[in-house]
Write a protein that binds this ligand. Sequence first.
Ligand code: SF4
Length: 216
Amino acid sequence: MDNRRDVKAQAKVILDRLKQEYPEAACGLLFQTPFELLVATILSAQCTDERVNIITQRLFSKANTPEAVLSMGEMALQDEIKECGLFRNKAKHIIGASQMILLEYGGEVPESFSELVKLPGVGRKTANVVLSNAFNIPAFPVDTHVFRVSNRLGLVQGKTPRQVEDGWVELLDRSDWYDAHHSLIWHGRNICHARSPKCHLCAVRDFCETGKKNAD
Ligand code: SF4
């Protein structure tokens, strides 16, 4: 048996099962434009999507472009986003990103990974979220849920999000990346919780190294 082919086939079955479980899996952040998604994703660090959506609904009604954010200013922006953690840093990053988008990219969020990660506050995960969800460019963001579920499943393991990203990217077709990372996020939120995973309800338990060890 070709082991690599076997692992790829397993990845496909896991993905199909999770897609069946979560047919509506998609980005939980509300946005209308790439800039709105960029801001929402920066805000989402250590903050739930639900809280980010409440904050951005209010913020975007006042400022949803780089120009408007800069007109608002850093202190007023801090005030708008203070209900999410790390708000001072996040305000600084959003202001810095807005300046760079205006000065270097003509006011438009860039559509390449290498340009996105140059923006203040934008790391690998945020860049991949924007590429995948705002520009429909295949990318595989690894957040805390994807990282945890992947390592528990055992098919793709890694000590860092980058290693997990590389593992999935190698196993799955590019056309599956969007559904895969959203399904893994939803599985992490609904079943494979950080503290007490509900293995007895898990649709992919028969493929899971951790689930096989956990008693019912
Ligand atoms: S079997 Fe348990 S640990 Fe494994 S993916 Fe399912 S919920 Fe998570």
